[in-house]
Design a protein around this ligand. Structure first.
Ligand code: ZN
Ligand code: ZN
Length: 426
């Protein structure tokens, strides 16, 4: 009998973790972190009992709890894709730097984790401890996977975070999975529709063009991994004639992604975009380069996407008081985040003196989401190839999104569906 225990990411977004066990087999899917001071982690698991761990992608809500499992003598194998481990390393080290005193682990555990990592590409069946597993492209960010497991004759699909529409950076998710028994699906946008992607690109480009042609500078605060590169590709696609600068983690992540051509939609286009983009260096020249970037019309892409920190905040302080400039947000802004406050009230709070600073630059927000939306999630579920008695588990979404999605699957498709709570076992 296969048993699933939901350890985190239940009726919320953050700290995703699922344990799957059967007889003597025991595996873990993701082990993330819930942001906050202090950050929170999924329910405790014993690393020595694990055959292996699968990491769906590098984002903190899936990866940043993993080092906790490498602090002792047990060293379970971590299975993932090559870009995911490289990007996870970047994200986890950055998390350590930012939340030093709040994190219950240090670099040493991360190094131990990397030592025990084994990487695979897409679409190849692997047998590990008698469990068959295959990674498929999830279309979310480079290296992200949908995992198909076969354990004791049961076929289990874990979508991780996935996207069914094309982006400039990665191809859309694989969707063909025969004879499934259990499906664990993300529900982030189960209640929301995304605007048309191409229209969003065009609007964004037009607005950027207007600013730079008017001698302004556009700051695009963006998450360093994936969203920053997506914005670079969009601007390159529309043939922008002005310089594009990438700073901080956006720069480092761009170079890591470049090392993994097989996980990208169009490597040649990516390479040419990266050549066009100007990477702000890390060391002694960086101050000079930053001043140069802010001295003439162009675009600056810098983390963090919600203005909670990172180099974007430094640029914001310099660029905010000029009405010719633009601050264009391209990520979801969680309530109470500095980015949300800026959009709603037109000000930000200075890091140095904690004063409210009103922003004269033009403000806007664009939906470049890398998750499936309401319609796509529904289409995906409707088209699933399920065995009799199959069950669907809706996780990784706000309470309402998970429960409403579950209810709709139950009622309209007559499939047994659940929105598990933390520590529930099925
Ligand atoms: Zn993600
Ligand atoms: Zn996630």
């Amino acid at each position: 009998m296969v048993e699933m225990k939901f350890l985190g990411g239940c009726r919320t977004i953050g700290g995703s973790a699922i344990s799957i066990s059967s007889d003597n087999k025991n595996i873990l899917l993701d082990y993330g972190m819930m942001m906050g001071k202090p950050p929170k982690f999924p329910s405790i698991v014993s690393p020595k009992d694990l055959n292996f761990i699968v990491l769906s992608h590098c984002h903190a809500d899936h990866s940043c709890g993993l080092p906790l499992l490498y602090s002792g003598t047990a060293t379970p194998k971590l299975l993932t894709t090559p870009p995911t481990i490289d990007l996870a390393r970047l994200i986890i080290f950055d998390t350590i730097k930012i939340s030093k005193y709040f994190l219950p682990y240090e670099k040493q555990e991360v190094i131990q984790m990397i030592k025990n990592t084994q990487t695979f590409g897409y679409n190849k069946v692997k047998i590990k401890n008698g469990i068959s597993l295959t990674f498929y492209n999830a279309g979310h960010i480079p290296g992200s996977i949908i995992t198909l497991l076969e354990i004791d004759g049961k076929r289990i699909l874990y979508t991780g975070d996935f996207n069914l529409s094309q982006t400039r950076l990665v191809n859309n998710a694989h969707i063909d999975f025969p004879n499934l028994d259990y499906v664990i699906i993300e529900s982030t946008y189960a209640l929301e529709e995304h605007p048309d992607r191409l229209q969003t690109e065009k609007d964004f480009f037009q607005d950027v063009k207007q600013i730079v042609e008017n001698d302004g500078i556009v700051l695009v605060p963006a998450f360093g991994v994936s969203r920053s590169q997506e914005i670079l590709l969009v601007l390159t696609k529309y043939n922008i004639k002005y310089p594009i600068h990438l700073d901080g983690m956006a720069r480092t992540a761009s170079l890591i992604i470049r090392d993994h051509p097989a996980f990208m939609k169009d490597f040649d286009f990516y390479k040419s975009a990266l050549k066009k983009g100007k990477l702000i260096s890390f060391h002694r020249k960086k101050r000079k380069e930053r001043l140069a970037a802010m001295s003439k019309p162009g675009v600056i892409i810098a983390p963090s996407g919600m203005l909670q920190g990172g180099t974007a905040v430094m640029y914001l302080e310099s660029l905010a008081n000029n009405e010719n400039n633009g601050i264009f947000l391209v990520s979801y802004q969680v309530p109470e985040s500095p980015g949300r406050l800026l959009l709603d009230n037109g000000y930000f709070v200075s890091k140095e003196d904690h004063e409210k600073i009103m922003v004269d630059a033009k403000l806007n927000n664009y939906n470049f989401s890398s998750h499936a939306d309401k319609n796509q999630l529904w289409k995906f579920v409707e088209n699933l190839d399920l065995n009799p008695d199959a069950k669907i588990f809706c996780i990784h979404g706000e309470e309402n999104a998970c429960t409403e999605f579950t209810k709709k699957i139950n009622e309209e498709l007559e499939i047994e569906a659940y929105a598990p709570k933390t520590d529930e076992i099925y």
